[in-house]
Every structure is written in structure tokens, then in C-alpha cells.
Design a protein around this ligand. Structure first.
Ligand code: GDP
Ligand code: IMO
Ligand code: MG
Length: 427
């Protein structure tokens, strides 16, 4: 029963899209289980680049069934735009399934996200303004709308009416801005409903049947471990569960069905948005990594903050996700550096910490303890076998394995499919 969960081991943008696409060649099903259009997963095929937000990164293989699970918050308008964009480029989305239990992300969620970020001022989270937090608040507050509601016109119309009245009260009384027009929202969404209807089904059943039949199912995490609402750097996190456990909740599968967990990690660290980041580089080196790694947000275009690899974080990710393997990406970005640093612990208040502190204020005060390794100063973008990597690159990877206690099964040396070194079986 090969059911593999693939998660981001850092703060997102680790290259999950590239690795998912690479593994999707062999997968029967690729399942997104949380997040929404805040995700930006890049897949490069030949000279074509695809940026996926809601559609799973298995979509480029015609035979692979792609599932948007119940844990995802679906913005129907953006999803339709994404589907249209893919079809215009000759990609079939016939095999796309959407859970009837998935929450619908509405235009008022996006508006609240923007207004809340403005109100927070210096304390802003730096969200993608895609409405994610407000949509999950409504889900947990039990006032959300689900895909299954959208499929029933009368149900949707009556639920929406009540919700819009409440939201408009909030917009007018709290934010002092105009509300939304119920009739317009209804008309737009009934149109979306007809576009999406052929895709909506009980996806938990589909996934279960696939697993029981011995098919290969790949769960594609969005965001990353440190953006998890419980286990991330709260409050500078997203509002869902990107960690491996989230796959069970967000796809409707039991934990006994999961056979393996793979963590995707960049060979260095990046983060977009606000919040502490101990190994962040503010100097020319940080800029160099940003330029070489093209570290600009896939969803928002914001420059990503860059820094050295932090194995305190990777060990943490190994623990909370139960990682069996790590896939290292963007090793090529470090090609021209004479020295490479790895953060192995933090110094805080005269003490040495080996675990990520729970307090955000403590994390903000942590000073990284580094180990320095020799660089390889060689172009590795054409290397296809681990043994052919320069010795210092091999040493860097082996050191990461030692420090995290987790084997590295895949190494990416460029954005393309064939720029992937396979070291161990994933399925
Ligand atoms: P995701 O959100 O985890 O899917 O990652 P993103 O797609 O947001 O960001 C990763 C970026 O790095 C994308 O532009 C990828 O095309 C690119 N990328 C992925 N793997 C590699 C790699 O090994 N080397 C280089 N140079 N780029 C990579
Ligand atoms: P992928 O799947 C990196 C960050 C935002 C912000 C915080 C909260 O491409 O790795 P949100 O809009 O979710 O309420 O924003 O989370 N964030 C991401 N950072 N990669 C992502 O997705 C992200 N999705 C959200 O920048 O700091
Ligand atoms: Mg991304």
C-alpha cells in the first residue's frame, strides 16, 4: 500500500511542486490536503514553466488522478482560472477531483484578509492576502460553505443569504467599508458551480479504493512545517496543517494507511512574510543566494528572505512529521560558494539549545551556532548520479543525513525533471 506523504520541511517553497511532479510520473493519485491558493508550486517541463496554486502538481501527467481534498480551502474563481490556464496550454484537467467536503473560499474572505493585515500595521503576518485565515476561521467557526452546498442551488442560496448579512454587518460596523451584494455573489457562484460540478465527488472514497487496490497515492503538502498552525512559528504561520498528520485529516484517510513520509528541504533556508528566522543572511551573500536561487514568491512575487541551512529546524521537521526520508532541492544554488555553513544549534541566554524553542520571543533571540564546510565551486546542474557529485557536495549531503538522522533519497540540482538524482526508493 504505497501511500506517500510529501511535506515541506521548512517555511514553504522548498520545491514541493518539482518533487511532486517528479514522483507523479509513477503515481496513480496526487492529493492536496490543506492550504489553498496561498500555495505556489512550480513545475518545469522542458522549456515550459507551470505555477500551480490549487491544482495538484500531478496534473501534467494525463493518467494521474489529481484530488483536491476536504482540507483545502477552494477559491472557485481562482480554481476555474487555473483550469482554464492549464487547458489553454494543452493540459487536460479531466482527471481532477474536488472533495464535496472542501470549504469554499469566498470573496469576503479575501477582503477580510486584506483589511486585517492593514489593521495589524507593524504586527502584520505578511499573508498572501488570498483569504486563507478568514476561510479557515469560518470553517472552525462552523459558518463555512462547502463544495457540496454549492452543488445544491437552494441550499447554497439560503446559507449564503444568512452569511452575507452577517459579513456585511462586520464590514460596515467594524471595518467601515461597503459590504458584498448577495445577488451578485449568488449569480457568480451558481455559474462556478456548473463549471466545477463534473469534478466534485466524495474523494475520501476514491482515495481509499486506490489504496486498497495497491495503487500509488502521493499526498502533496503545501506550505511547510514551520508554517503549521500548531507546530510552526505561531503566529507567523498559515491557518492549516501542512505537517504529515494533516494529510489524514485533510484527505480523509486513516494514519494506518500511510506508508511513508518524505520531507522536502532546500539546501539552504528561505521564508516569505514576517517572523523570526535565526539563520537569515542580511548581507551580500543573502542577495547572492536570492539571485542565484531566483527566490521571489511564486504567488505574490515578494523577495524571499534567505539564509543558511538550519538543521535544528530539519530535526524538528523530522520529529513532528515522522520523516522517513529527505529530498534536498536547489543544491546547485550553492555551486559557487567557497564555504557553506550549517546551523547545528542555537545560543540563547548563555545556553545552547538543540531543539526549536516554543516561545517565539526566544526564537527571535536565538543566535545560530554554525559548522563550516568546504564548498565545491563547480557546476552540478548536469549531474545525474550521487557518485558523480563533487566530493564536497557529497560531504555536505552526508553531514545533513548525520545531523538529522534521516536519509536523503532525492537530490535536485535544477528545476527540470531530469535534474533530479535518485538515491533511494520513495514508493
Ligand atoms: P514549492 O512551493 O515548494 O513547490 O516551491 P516553489 O515552486 O514556490 O519554489 C521553488 C522554486 O525553485 C521554483 O521556481 C522551482 O522551479 C525551483 N527549483 C526547484 N528545485 C530546484 C533545484 O533543484 N534547483 C534550482 N535551481 N531550482 C529549483
Ligand atoms: P507553498 O505551498 C511560503 C506564508 C505567507 C505568510 C504566512 C501566512 O508555495 O510552499 P497565509 O496567506 O497562508 O495566511 O500567509 O504563510 N505562506 C507561504 N510561504 N510558501 C507558501 O506556500 C506559503 N503559503 C503561505 O507568506 O508568511
Ligand atoms: Mg511555493
Amino acid at each position: 500500500m504505497p501511500a506517500v506523504v510529501l511535506i515541506g520541511a521548512q517555511w514553504g517553497d522548498e520545491g514541493k511542486g518539482k518533487i511532486t511532479d517528479f514522483l507523479a510520473e509513477q503515481a496513480d493519485l496526487v492529493v492536496r490536503y490543506q492550504g489553498g491558493s496561498n500555495a505556489g508550486h512550480t513545475v518545469v517541463v522542458g522549456d515550459q514553466e507551470f505555477r500551480l496554486h490549487l491544482v495538484p502538481s500531478g496534473i501534467l501527467y494525463a493518467k494521474t488522478v489529481c484530488v483536491i481534498g476536504n482540507g483545502v480551502v477552494v477559491d472557485p474563481q481562482l480554481l476555474i482560472e487555473e483550469i482554464d490556464g492549464l487547458e489553454a496550454r494543452g493540459v487536460s484537467v479531466q482527471n481532477l477531483l474536488i472533495s464535496g467536503r472542501a470549504q469554499i473560499l469566498m470573496p469576503y474572505h479575501k477582503r477580510i484578509d486584506e483589511l486585517e493585515e492593514e489593521r495589524r500595521g507593524d504586527y502584520k503576518i505578511g499573508t498572501t492576502k488570498r483569504g486563507i485565515g478568514p476561510a479557515y476561521m469560518d470553517k472552525i467557526g462552523r459558518v463555512g460553505l462547502r463544495m457540496v452546498d454549492l452543488m445544491h442551488k437552494d441550499v447554497f442560496a439560503s446559507k449564503l443569504k444568512r452569511i452575507v448579512e452577517e459579513k456585511n454587518h462586520l464590514f460596515k460596523q467594524v471595518y467601515g467599508v461597503p459590504g458584498f451584494d448577495y445577488e451578485q455573489l449568488l449569480e457568480d457562484h451558481l455559474r462556478y458551480a456548473e463549471r466545477l460540478r463534473p469534478h466534485v465527488t466524495d474523494t475520501s472514497v476514491v482515495i481509499d479504493h486506490a489504496i486498497v487496490a495497491g495503487k500509488k497515492v502521493l499526498f502533496e503538502g503545501a506550505q511547510g512545517t514551520l508554517l503549521d498552525i500548531d507546530h510552526g512559528t505561531y503566529p507567523y504561520v498559515t491557518s492549516s496543517h501542512p505537517i504529515a498528520g494533516g494529510a489524514c485529516v485533510g484527505a480523509g484517510v486513516g494514519p494506518t494507511r500511510i506508508s511513508r513520509v518524505v520531507g522536502v528541504a532546500k539546501a539552504y533556508t528561505t521564508r516569505v512574510g514576517e517572523g523570526p528566522f535565526p539563520t537569515e543572511l542580511f548581507d551580500e551573500l543573502g542577495n547572492r543566494i536570492r539571485q542565484r536561487g531566483r527566490e521571489y514568491g511564486t504567488t505574490t512575487g515578494r523577495p524571499r528572505r534567505c539564509g543558511w541551512l538550519d538543521v535544528v529546524i530539519l530535526r524538528y521537521a523530522a520529529r513532528v512529521n515522522g520523516l522517513d526520508q529527505i529530498a534536498i532541492t536547489k543544491l546547485d544554488v550553492l555551486d559557487d560558494l567557497p564555504h557553506i555553513k550549517i546551523c547545528t544549534g542555537y545560543r540563547y541566554n548563555g545556553e545552547v539549545l538543540r531543539e526549536l524553542p516554543e516561545s517565539l520571543e526566544a526564537l527571535a533571540g536565538c543566535e545560530p551556532i554554525y559548522e563550516t564546510l568546504e564548498g565545491w565551486q563547480q557546476d552540478i546542474t548536469g549531474v545525474t548520479r550521487f557518485e558523480d557529485l563533487p566530493v564536497n557536495a557529497q560531504r555536505y549531503l552526508r553531514r545533513i543525513e548525520e545531523l538529522t538522522g534521516t536519509p536523503i533519497s532525492l537530490v535536485a540540482v535544477g528545476p527540470k525533471r531530469d535534474q533530479t538524482i535518485v538515491r533511494g526508493e520513495v514508493y
